[in-house]
Design a protein around this ligand. Structure first.
Ligand code: NAD
Length: 501
């Protein structure tokens, strides 16, 4: 069995109290690694290491070019160790090897590559120091500079442990900050590995610290710690609310990437073959455990029957099974508890009158692992709980609409506002609909196509702030205005008369 400690100040440490916990492979239900469990004292040690590294300037005093080159080396180091990292990601979280190799590793490595390259370029140079000549209220040159915040905490969920850690570490480091990362306790391993990879690739000790521990203690300690300037949190809306409350004590900057119930709108002129398979991809990729999953399919009543037929036919092409087998498309849910949640919602859907047309149960062929069949509910009313609440599993609700206005009304009738899509042969028409949807991302004729250059985040209760792109990077800076006045005798300073006779 593999063993992992806490990664603090460039080295592996046991937890102060000596506590460890097993991490379970969701496909086998067996432990595959043990991980040190941080308590509050370990968190304080990690924050102290990050603060010391920041105060000494070992990272922020490097030029953007130097930092950018090291971030690009981190990306290359991830590719070099991709087999080992992918195996860990699959065993920790239950995703498929197919997804790990084509999404998790490249997605995380490219995040470092993207931010590394961006800060070496002219756009970043212009972004971190803008100059303005002004005559009012006095002649002056004005510099608007962006500086690192200091120690940033990243608290991440279990669904994309590696990518989420990369989304927190890479922009924070690009901006010159130091970090303490707390991955979810059920899937801590790849974030811990990433801490070591960063250090080996040239990030100075103390700049990246990764600790695994329970949200209620280790997470709360981070959210309250006075030496942390910013918290970047990804997880549930409920915990996001708590983080905001805890952070308020010391008025931390907070970005929150939270839950979703995203609308996937199929217009009546869509290519139905693509839209039907797209709807399956939107909901069942990674067993539906994706925040922006298109869990509400809104379909024009005219094409409803055809769409459902094509979706059901498409499901036959999804192979559920051994996560290590490259032909497997769907693995297990992350934990027994998560599968119970999904089962509870399937029961609620049936009780409230939705029609389960496929799935709704554990696959008969799998007697080990937290597997669940891809499930389609038809005849769903948007008021039903399965259409309003985040299930975070392979369950999609199909809802009919009569016209575009009704589709938009249903799409926006949600406390969430994270993602969504519009499928149509007419791109202008689709863009017009997209502009009326209250979510942070809308894809047209695609789904889940996250681009690191563009902002990602939520409207309403799906989040605060944005990640990725120059907009996400801006969230890791403090903004400073430096006013450079004229060096004149006192008579040149008219405002002195406001005080002096
Ligand atoms: P979660 O909110 O339970 O936990 C997320 C993280 O917060 C974990 O590291 C956990 O240990 C920590 N935590 C829990 N309680 C805490 C507390 N009181 N104080 C501080 N930290 C605490 O979420 P999860 O179950 O791990 O992940 C699933 C959720 O994440 C879903 O709601 C999903 O939509 C959301 N998510 C959102 C995005 C996005 O970008 N918007 C991406 C992925 C997942």
């Amino acid at each position: 069995m593999k063993e992992f400690g806490l990664f603090i100040d460039g080295e592996w440490h046991a937890a102060k109290g000596g506590k460890t916990a097993p991490t379970i492979n969701p496909a086998t239900e067996e432990p595959w690694a043990t991980v040190a469990v941080a308590d509050r004292e370990d968190v304080r040690k990690a924050v102290a290491a990050a603060k010391k590294a920041h105060d000494r300037g070992v990272w922020r005093n490097k030029s953007p070019q130097e930092r950018g080159e090291i971030l690009q080396k981190v990306a290359m180091a991830m590719f070099e160790r991709q087999d080992e990292i992918a195996a860990a990601e699959v065993q920790d979280g239950g995703g498929t090897m197919r997804k790990a190799m084509s999404m998790d590793i490249p997605g995380a490595a490219q995040t470092f590559m993207h931010f590394g390259q961006f800060i070496c370029g002219d756009e970043y140079k212009a972004m971190i120091c803008e100059e303005f000549d002004e005559m009012v209220p006095v002649p002056s040159k004005n510099l608007v500079v962006r500086e690192p915040i200091g120690v940033c905490a990243g608290i991440t969920p279990w669904n994309f442990p590696l990518i989420m850690a990369a989304w927190k570490i890479a922009p924070a480091l690009a901006a010159g900050n130091t970090v303490v990362i707390k991955p979810a306790s059920v899937t801590p391993v790849t974030a811990l590995m990433l801490g070591e990879i960063c250090t080996k690739a040239g990030v100075p000790a103390g700049v990246v610290n990764v600790i695994s521990g329970p949200g209620g203690t280790a997470g709360e300690e981070l959210a309250m710690h006075p030496d942390i300037g910013k918290i970047a949190f990804t997880g549930s809306t409920e915990v996001g609310r708590r983080i905001m409350q805890l952070g308020a004590g010391t008025l931390k900057k907070v970005t929150l990437e939270l839950g979703g119930k995203s609308p996937n709108i199929i217009l009546d002129d869509a290519n139905l073959d693509t839209a039907a398979l797209g709807a399956l991809f939107a909901t069942f990729l990674h067993q539906g455990q994706i925040c922006e999953s298109g869990t509400r399919v809104l379909v024009h009543e005219k094409i409803h029957d055809q769409l459902i037929e094509k979706m059901i036919a498409g499901i036959q092409r999804i192979q559920i099974g051994d996560t290590m087998d490259p032909t497997t498309g769907m693995g297990p849910l992350v934990s027994a508890a998560q599968r119970e949640t999904v089962e509870k919602y399937v029961g609620i859907g049936k009780e409230q009158g939705a029609k389960c047309v496929v799935g709704g149960k554990r696959p008969a062929a799998m007697n080990k692992g937290y597997y669940f069949e891809p499930t389609i509910f038809d005849d769903v009313d948007n008021k039903m709980r399965i259409a309003q609440e985040e299930i975070f599993g392979p369950v999609v609700s199909v809802i009919r609409y009569k016209d575009e206005d009704e589709a938009v009304r249903i799409a926006n009738d949600s406390v969430y506002g994270l993602g969504g899509a519009v499928w149509s042969a007419n791109k202008d028409r689709a863009v017009a609909v997209a502009k009326r949807i209250e979510t942070g991302t809308v894809w047209i004729n695609d789904y889940h196509m996250i681009n690191l250059r563009f902002p990602f985040g939520g409207y309403k209760q799906s989040g605060v702030g944005r990640e990725l792109g120059k907009w996400g990077l801006a969230e890791y800076h403090e903004l400073k205005h430096i006013h450079v006045g004229e060096d004149t005798p006192p008579e040149g300073k008219f405002y002195l008369q406001l005080l002096l006779n």
